[in-house]
Design a protein around this ligand. Structure first.
Ligand code: NAD
Length: 438
């Protein structure tokens, strides 16, 4: 059934009633929903890619690899392992309970709200939705209004594929999300910025609803003297300028010593030219800034240092050239907030000790990256810093490993998902003790 313009309270009440029938609990229902979600993606890849192009000028190849196929892989991984993940785990019992059996059992939570952002509007809506369904929940999915073509496509396609008694899509912006947040959910999964994260958590507190907050922040990339800088430049550019820098785990800035900085500058410029051509504005694989507000914010950051490459911009096309800035002071504007755009500042530090102190003096990032040939350096970074994830040698890729938890810590968020961690997030782990009677 489709329920256009159904009030949020009615949506939640309707889904809760369905959840209480227990129909979403059997493994067969869960796997069927995952298979249908998979079909949605494989049968409508081109349409979703077109929507992503309309919203963010993503190339088809990028749209498929980072959004559509990404979720397909996540679903396939779940389908393969779900039965194992859900299996109750036996626990040993103390001596005085000899003869009893103890186990943990994964119970679905109930009605889950998923609120997605605009930057990967397919992946960041559907990967959590897949996790919530795999865990046996009913779901309200709220796409981002800032990616309107994708929001419209998902709102149309999801009811064609999924069980509409158990999954509802609510489109809209702040008023609609505020109305949703007034309802009682059993879990809220929010991806976006920390200010709205606080709004979500305050609303959730009213109902004692647990939250997962997938937030952002400034993810540093430490480049050690002695690293192969040609490889580093290649990987930094690939991670930073994907989706025109609008990636939550993009390397936000480079931390390195002065000599390595000088050596890295021309290499970054060369890789950028090889990837996007002399005139990136005409490159079919270079994206655009999502809207004018973000464009204006980014342009104001361009004066934060010496321009190594880039710096150009065009408001009419929301184009900001891939830009590298050197001689950037830690108190410059570009270092005061998450950049979330195609600007890569290089910050100079004396060496590893100063780099670790620099990271630890700031909010805990969603990701920390390091390129170092030294095992001791990598060990120290791992032991002496805290971040949502740690990528040694390759930015972004950790989030594509389904067996790793993806999430932040401190200001970069709380909770995690992907693979079996989605089951942990969207289930209650119930303690069961059975003692023989009579
Ligand atoms: P956004 O503006 O699309 O907002 C996210 C969602 O919050 C949207 O659905 C929007 O409707 C809703 N929202 C906005 N204002 C609201 C309000 N006042 N009350 C209730 N709901 C509201 O996305 P964004 O926040 O600009 O996304 C960018 C941020 O998200 C960056 O900080 C980025 O690092 C972070 N991010 C994190 C991840 C992750 O997985 N950790 C992924 C992508 C983006």
């Amino acid at each position: 059934m489709n329920h256009p313009k159904e009030p949020p309270a009615d949506v939640v009440a309707r889904l809760r009633a369905v959840f209480r029938t227990g129909c979403t609990k059997p493994l067969s229902w869960r796997t069927e929903q995952l298979q249908r979600l998979r079909s949605l993606l494989t049968e409508n890849g081109s349409e979703l890619a077109a929507a992503l192009h309309a919203d963010l000028s993503k190339s088809e190849q990028e749209a498929m690899s980072t959004e559509v196929d990404f979720v397909v892989r996540e679903i396939d991984h779940s389908l393969e392992h779900l039965a194992d993940w859900l299996r109750p785990e036996a626990a040993p019992v103390p001596n005085w309970l000899t003869g009893a059996q103890a186990r943990t059992q994964y119970d679905p939570l109930g009605v889950v709200l998923v609120i997605a952002p605009w930057n990967y509007p397919v992946q960041l809506l559907l990967a959590p939705v897949a996790g919530a369904l795999a865990a046996g929940n009913v779901v309200v999915a709220k796409p981002s209004e800032l990616a309107p073509a994708t929001s419209e496509a998902l709102a149309r396609l999801l009811p064609q594929y999924l069980d509409t008694d158990a999954v509802a899509v609510v489109e809209g912006g702040v008023p609609e999300t505020t109305a949703l947040l007034a309802q009682r959910f059993d879990h809220i999964f929010y991806t976006g910025n920390g200010s709205v994260g606080r709004v979500v958590m305050r609303a959730a507190a009213e109902h004692l609803t647990p939250v997962t907050l997938e937030l952002g922040g400034k993810s540093p990339a430490f480049v050690d003297a002695g690293a192969d800088l040609a490889v580093v430049a290649e990987r930094l550019v690939a991670g930073k300028f994907l989706n025109a820098g609008q990636t939550c785990v993009a390397p936000d800035y480079v931390l390195t010593d002065p000599a390595t900085a000088r050596a890295l500058e021309p290499l970054l410029a060369a890789v950028l030219e090889a990837r996007f051509g002399e005139e990136p504005a005409t490159s079919p694989v270079y994206g655009r800034i999502v809207n004018e507000r973000h464009f204006d914010r980014l342009v104001a950051l361009l004066d934060s240092g010496r321009t190594v490459v880039g710096g150009g911009h065009d408001r009419a096309r929301r184009y900001v050239a891939p830009t590298v800035l050197a001689d950037v002071a830690p108190d410059s504007p570009v270092m005061q907030e998450e950049i979330f755009g195609p600007i890569l500042p290089i910050i100079e530090v004396a060496g590893l000790d100063e780099a670790i102190a620099f990271v630890n003096d700031r909010d805990r990032p969603l990701a920390l990256y390091a390129f170092s040939p030294s095992e001791e350096t990598r060990r120290r970074l791992s032991a002496e810093t805290s971040s949502g994830g740690l990528g040694l040698g390759l930015p972004l890729a950790h989030l594509a490993v389904s067996d790793l938890p993806f999430g932040g810590v401190g200001e970069s968020g709380m909770g995690s998902y992907h693979g079996r961690y989605s089951i942990e997030t969207f289930s209650h782990r119930k303690a069961v003790l059975e003692v023989p009677v009579g």
